[in-house]
Design a protein around this ligand. Structure first.
Ligand code: KG4
Ligand code: ZN
Length: 344
């Protein structure tokens, strides 16, 4: 019967499955070693609508999930019987999209008679760093910036972490996507804003993303986003020319500089010697360069996952799956998907 006599392996082969947004992804790891990493994206189709349409995402996942899994197994050079566990994102994300990956993973785990591991997408983002630096171990401080979350996090042990500061409104990635729309750039917005920013100068004084005079470390992106909208609309109403590239460069700095500064300050305050970065916005060139420089200046070791491991992928889900596997933290087959999971 399912769930009895699971063999626990010290160097398990884990397949990760991710379907929370517009990427259908599957990846295989053995211990911390990445064996394969497949991503099938519906971003090009979503781009026609200027953002992710949940129903299109769900249908794309349905079409792609079995191919992604089969390719991940094939590329890893393993047989199905080698798989020790199936790790899958159960939240947060688009409910219909999550359900496709979760349902597939449940039946896959059942048919192989291996544990199912339910992974919180954000913890997956944090765990991506373990694949990039095999010797990484807690404690470390992470700059997390994705489409839905922005926070500075202290990972104290493999299974416990503390949110040192977070956004009170929009997430950094969300702000990049909204500013992209204001500037007439297509979805996905973040990389396009970055490209435009590279042609501009940081000369416009937009409000910074850090809330001033707050007892806690708190970020805010809605004021910055509104300031960008007002700047562009005012100029357009007056018929004045303005540089979209300067807007992009000035926005990018206002959005990211405080995050980078506060991450490094937090590590210094806690006397933590390692910093990592996670989430789609950590693929941003300005962020990568400024965080690298700030860590180097303070003699802090920086573990910066390659860009493909910052944006959504299944390798990070397998990596978090490994942590849960070693804890024996397995999910029941009736576990449901969750659109929202608190960061803590
Ligand atoms: O982590 P992620 O792939 O998905 C979520 O879990 O949300 O993050 C997606 C976010 C999007 O808002 C996207 O615009 C942003 O990451 N992003 C970037 C860059 N690449 C992706 N933002 C700024 N610069 C980039 N190069
Ligand atoms: Zn993500």
């Amino acid at each position: 019967m399912y769930g009895q006599n699971f063999t626990i392996n010290k160097e398990p082969v884990i397949i990760g499955i991710e379907s929370s947004c517009d990427e259908t992804a599957a990846a295989v790891i053995r211990g911390r070693k990445l064996l394969s990493n497949v991503i099938i994206s519906s971003a090009a189709e979503q781009s026609k609508y200027g953002g992710v349409v949940p129903e299109i995402a769900s249908r794309a996942h349905s079409d792609a999930v079995d191919c992604a899994v089969a390719e991940a197994v094939r590329n890893a050079g393993i047989a199905l019987k080698d798989i020790d566990a199936v790790a899958v994102t159960y939240g947060a994300g688009l409910l219909g999209a999550l359900l496709v990956g979760l349902s597939f993973a449940k039946s896959f785990a059942y048919s192989l008679n291996v544990p199912l591991i339910a992974v919180n997408h954000i913890r997956g983002h944090l765990a991506a760093a373990y694949l990039c630096e095999q010797t990484l171990k807690p404690p470390y401080v992470t700059l997390l910036a994705s489409g839905g979350h922005t926070a500075v996090i202290h990972t104290k042990s493999y299974t416990s972490f503390e949110v040192l500061g977070a956004t009170g409104d929009d997430a950094a990635g969300e702000a990049f996507d909204k500013v992209a729309r204001i500037l007439g750039l297509p979805y996905p917005g973040g990389p396009n804003v970055q490209r435009l920013a590279e042609e501009g100068k940081d000369v416009i004084a937009f409000p910074q993303s850090l809330v001033k005079n707050s007892a806690e470390m708190q970020f805010s992106y809605s004021g910055l986003k509104t300031a960008v909208i007002n700047y562009c609309h005012n100029a357009e109403q007056k018929g004045e020319a303005y540089s979209r590239a300067d807007v992009a460069a000035s926005f990018q700095r206002a959005a990211l500089e405080p995050l980078v500064r506060k991450t490094v300050e937090s590590a210094l305050k806690l006397n933590v010697k390692t910093v990592t970065a996670a989430g789609g916005v950590a693929a941003n060139k300005y962020m990568r360069e400024t965080l690298s420089a700030a860590c180097a200046k303070e003699n802090i070791k920086l573990v910066l996952p390659e860009k493909a491991f910052c944006t959504d992928n299944a390798a990070m889900i397998a990596a978090e799956g490994l942590i849960q596997y070693l804890e024996g933290n397995f999910a029941p087959l009736n576990i449901n998907a969750c659109a929202h999971i608190p960061l803590k």
